[in-house]
Design a protein around this ligand. Structure first.
Ligand code: TXA
Ligand code: MG
Length: 348
């Protein structure tokens, strides 16, 4: 398959015709990668079973892992799901934006799209390119992150091109993703209760202003033997770099002596900006990535997947990184990093 790549800078002005062309491809059942404010999505007509099947093929994704349906207006959720007052309260506060809501599905959403579940995940992205594409397509767009299954979600057009060239019809290059981690996912349990299935930019603290929020165990812990995942995606080892990632819960001095003791030579260290200079002097043979300053979770979220992708091509023996906290946006970093590390945490 030949893949056409188009840069979209002005989706409502001079690049409109490119977007119209991409929307036409969606209507024809083809695959279009598009930018969102979280990560790039691999989109197809959510109501077309065949088109949805080709998403799973292009990614190498297990067929029981359901897709998020992207809509142009929050109220459009009503067409595909049984919404409620709580849904509209969430929509009013957080949409368009990086929040996905799981609700009981209507019959018109193909089983293939929702991985055979009786629920459906709905999201109205904030990215103008994404929303205009959905509007012009006149169908909801099913889209997982546009990476090959098992690698980090793509946050730049280069990441998408590395993974998807020859596997999709169109790639829309909208520059770097703004946030850089996937959307927060909540499931509506009843009129007052949400379960957090995946943490993201919209935090538990913010959601708690609107409803009672319980955090699914798999957000922070390993799934126990025989335990059923609330969200099928939780059971797959995601975001895994080729070299083992080890998370260090300690201060920088102990980190330095621990790493030196290990005696490994081809290593990478993901370090807070404040610590980069000291680590580079103390362990000159290490490749040091700046994660962003302590407490700057927005920049850390923006950097994480690009760092993990870069580490993959440099072929390290081991990668070390600090263990994030579990509050605010840090919970999203914690969740992605413990999974990339397969829960390998060293506490000192
Ligand atoms: O930010 C995002 O959400 C990006 C952009 C492209 O919108 N999309 C994304 O999609 O991250 P994906 O497929 O990579 O992750 C969606 C997650 C999966 O873990 C899936 O198992 C879960 O959402 N999911 C989808 N439908 C669900 C449902 N009905 N119930 C529970 N979990 C669901
Ligand atoms: Mg994904």
């Amino acid at each position: 398959m030949t893949t056409e790549v188009y840069k979209i800078i002005d989706p409502i002005g001079k690049d409109r015709s490119l977007l119209e062309m991409a929307a036409e491809k969606i209507r024809l059942g083809r695959l279009v990668v598009f930018p969102t404010e979280t990560v790039y999505g691999l989109g197809a007509d959510a109501t077309n079973e065949k088109a949805v099947s080709s998403i799973f093929d292009a990614k190498g994704r297990p067929s029981d892992n359901p897709l998020i349906i992207h809509i142009a207006e929050p109220a459009d959720a009503d067409k595909y799901a049984f919404t409620s007052d709580l849904y509209f309260a969430l929509a009013q506060r957080f949409m368009p934006g990086p929040l996905t809501v799981v609700m009981k599905s209507r019959e018109n959403v193909p089983k293939r799209t929702r991985g055979g579940l009786d629920t459906v995940a709905v999201r109205c992205p904030e990215s103008l390119v994404a929303r205009e594409l959905i509007k012009l397509s006149q169908v909801p767009i099913a889209a997982p992150s546009a990476n090959l299954s098992g690698s980090p979600s793509p946050t730049s057009a280069k990441h998408v091109i590395d993974d998807m060239m020859g596997r999709v019809d169109v790639i829309l290059d909208g520059g770097d993703a703004d946030f850089g981690l996937e959307s927060t996912i909540v499931k509506i349990e009843d009129d007052e209760t949400l379960t957090l299935l995946r943490p993201g930019k919209i935090t538990v603290e913010e959601l708690s202003e609107i409803a009672d929020v319980s955090i699914a165990d798999a957000v922070t812990d390993m799934l126990r033997e025989g335990e059923k995942a609330l969200s099928p995606g939780m059971k797959y080892r995601h975001y895994a770099p080729k070299a083992p990632l080890i998370l260090i819960d300690s201060d920088v001095d102990k980190l330095i002596s621990y790493i030196k003791e290990q005696g490994k030579k081809k290593i990478a260290i993901i370090a807070y900006e404040e610590d980069v200079a000291r680590i580079s002097v103390a362990i000159p043979y290490a490749y040091t990535y700046s994660f962003g300053r302590v407490g700057d979770e927005i920049l850390q979220a923006h950097n994480l997947f690009a760092i993990l992708r870069d580490a993959d091509v440099r072929d390290f023996d081991e990668i070390y990184a600090p263990l994030p906290k579990k509050n605010g946006i840090s919970l999203a970093l914690y969740n992605r990093m413990i999974r990339a590390a397969a829960h390998k945490i060293i506490r000192m």
